[in-house]
Structure formats: structure tokens, C-alpha cells
Design a protein around this ligand. Structure first.
Ligand code: MTE
Length: 297
């Protein structure tokens, strides 16, 4: 397996071309056609085979639509993603309630294929499309006291049948330290395989942090807050000893229910070893220099 920043391979070489046909149409629909003119070079961040589109879109965790893996694909049709507003608050120079197009306007569209490792010990390889979160943060201009970002996702009982079950204390909230949020690997994803995100994958925008367990990737984000202190995040609040705030993929620290030193890649028969930081250690381990990664999982 190739780890780290590899040579550039156009994503179309690894993707069903039919899925890319509607890209320009979609870019236009989300106001990103102008941005595509300044598009960053396409990078292929793993040589692992991408998981088929139908698997990525039918095997999901999105508890607001039910806890079985096929519930989100079955139930998320009730989610209305247009219009969509993201509220930006906290220590930031450009706070406000942004229509999605305005939030993303002018930011280069990137395509990245990342491994995603769920804490439940399964994994996928997903060809994402979106913007670097760091580029969005720069556009919003954080203040000097902003050390963390908090992401709150939609919680509307009228659209989300799973909210009737107190699996978590809704809304689903996630967070990152500012240096993690600014890291070029961290994405705000708006598409998969060149198509707009389906509701079950977190339409119209979700977080993607490839070196962390998948639960850090909050779906259908409605609020971003720039905070001085570490935000309280949903899974960490519900079971602090099972779900750390950092949640970096770590084969040495097991979850009470799932071994973390191996994983089942969807579509493969044999389990494969799980790599520290999900294989992105050379790019991100320095963010945690001096930190006891066993204690600060
Ligand atoms: N975001 C919200 N709002 N609700 C959720 O239940 N599940 C998380 C994360 N984001 C979740 C969420 C978990 S546990 C994982 S593994 C990933 O989404 C799964 O993303 P996918 O279904 O697109 O593969």
C-alpha cells in the first residue's frame, strides 16, 4: 500500500466515467463552476481500490435515520437539503448565516480518495469531492482566541425519524482542534464519485478527516463555531472511555467491543491490518508530538 502524498492520478482513471458526466451540471447547481476554473490539482491519496458507489451509498451510519446499516438509504429521502444554511459563530471575523453556495463560493474544488475507518472495525475507500476545510476557515477569518472548531449537524424530528430514539443526545456534534481543521487532508465533502452527496452520506455537506475514526465526520452540518475551548462532542459525552475527542485511528488502543488492530474492508474477504493514523501518519503524526496517544485516544 502506498502511504502519504503520492503522484497525481486523475480520479477519472479510477472512476466509472458515467458518474462524472453530470459533474459540470452539479458544479453549476451549487455555484462552484467559477471555482472550478481555479481548481487545485487532483490528487489521489491512496492506491487502494475505491469501494463501489452502491456500497458507499447503502451501508451507512447516520443514526438520525435509524441504526441499521441500510436504514439511512431507506429513510433519508425525507431530508430536504435545498435551501441549506450554515451558521458561522464564535471568534471569527465573518460570522453569519450563509446559504451553502455563498459559504463555498470561490473555494477551489478538490477530489481526494481517502480510506475511511469506522470505529466498528470496517473500512471503505471513498473518492470524495469538496473543499479543504482550511480554505473555508481562512475565508471566514478566525480570531486569535479560536483554538477549536465545533460542527453541529441537523436535528429536525420532522425530517429525521431516528431522533425519536435517544441513542445520542441530539444534535450530533463533532469537533476538531484548529491545527487538525487546517490540515490539508481535512475536507468539507459535498460529493462522492463526482456526484453530489446523497442524503444518507451527509448531504449537502459533511466533514471528512481520514486519519480519524469515521464518527468524527459529522453529516449535514448546519453550524460551525470557532471556540477557545474544546467542544463537547456527542460520542465522547455519551461514552467518554469508548470514544475519545481526538479519535485518531490507533491499532494499539482497543474499543471494548471492537479490536482496532485489524479491519474488514467492505468487499474483501480477509481482514487487513489497521495502520496508525489510518495510514496517514507521515502527514499528521507531527500534530500530536509529545502527546501520549494511548491516554489521549
Ligand atoms: N453524522 C451524523 N450526523 N450522524 C451519524 O450517525 N455517523 C458517523 C459519521 N457521521 C453519523 C455521522 C459514523 S459512526 C460514521 S462511521 C460515518 O458518519 C459514516 O459515514 P458514511 O455512512 O457516509 O460511510
Amino acid at each position: 500500500m502506498l502511504i502519504g502524498r503520492p503522484a497525481e492520478i486523475p480520479s477519472r482513471e479510477i472512476t466509472d466515467p458515467a458518474l462524472y458526466a453530470s459533474r459540470r451540471e452539479w458544479l453549476a447547481s451549487v455555484g462552484l463552476l467559477a471555482a472550478s476554473a481555479v481548481r487545485a490539482p487532483i490528487r489521489q491519496d491512496t492506491d487502494d481500490k475505491p469501494t463501489p458507489y452502491d456500497v458507499i451509498t447503502t451501508y451507512n451510519n447516520y443514526y438520525e435515520f435509524g441504526t441499521d446499516k441500510d436504514d439511512p438509504a431507506k429513510n433519508a429521502g425525507s431530508l430536504r437539503t435545498k435551501p441549506w444554511t450554515v451558521t458561522v459563530e464564535g471568534d471569527v471575523k465573518r460570522p453569519g448565516a450563509y446559504p451553502l453556495d455563498d459559504l463555498l463560493k470561490g473555494l477551489p474544488v478538490v477530489e481526494r480518495t481517502y480510506r475511511m475507518r469506522c470505529v466498528e472495525a470496517w473500512s471503505m475507500v471513498i473518492p470524495w469531492m469538496g473543499v479543504e476545510l482550511g480554505a473555508l476557515i481562512k475565508k471566514l477569518e478566525p480570531g486569535t482566541r479560536a483554538k477549536y472548531l465545533e460542527f453541529t449537524t441537523l436535528a429536525d424530528p420532522k425530517q429525521m425519524p431516528g431522533l425519536g430514539y435517544r441513542v445520542l443526545d441530539w444534535p450530533y456534534v463533532e469537533g476538531l482542534r484548529m491545527d487538525e481543521a487546517m490540515h490539508p487532508l481535512t475536507l468539507i465533502a459535498t460529493g462522492i464519485y463526482g456526484k453530489p452527496l446523497l442524503n444518507q452520506n451527509g448531504a449537502p455537506l459533511r466533514l471528512t478527516v481520514p486519519w480519524k475514526y469515521g464518527f468524527k465526520g459529522g453529516k449535514s452540518i448546519v453550524r460551525i463555531r470557532f471556540l477557545e475551548t474544546q467542544p463537547k462532542t456527542s460520542w465522547n459525552l455519551s461514552a467518554p472511555h469508548e470514544y475519545g475527542f481526538f479519535a485518531n485511528v490507533n491499532p494499539r488502543v482497543h474499543h471494548p467491543r471492537w479490536r482496532q488492530d485489524q479491519e474488514r474492508r467492505l468487499g474483501e474477504f480477509f481482514k487487513r491490518p489497521t495502520l496508525p493514523f489510518n495510514g496517514y501518519a507521515d502527514q499528521v503524526a507531527s500534530l500530536y508530538a509529545g502527546m501520549d496517544l494511548k491516554a489521549n485516544y
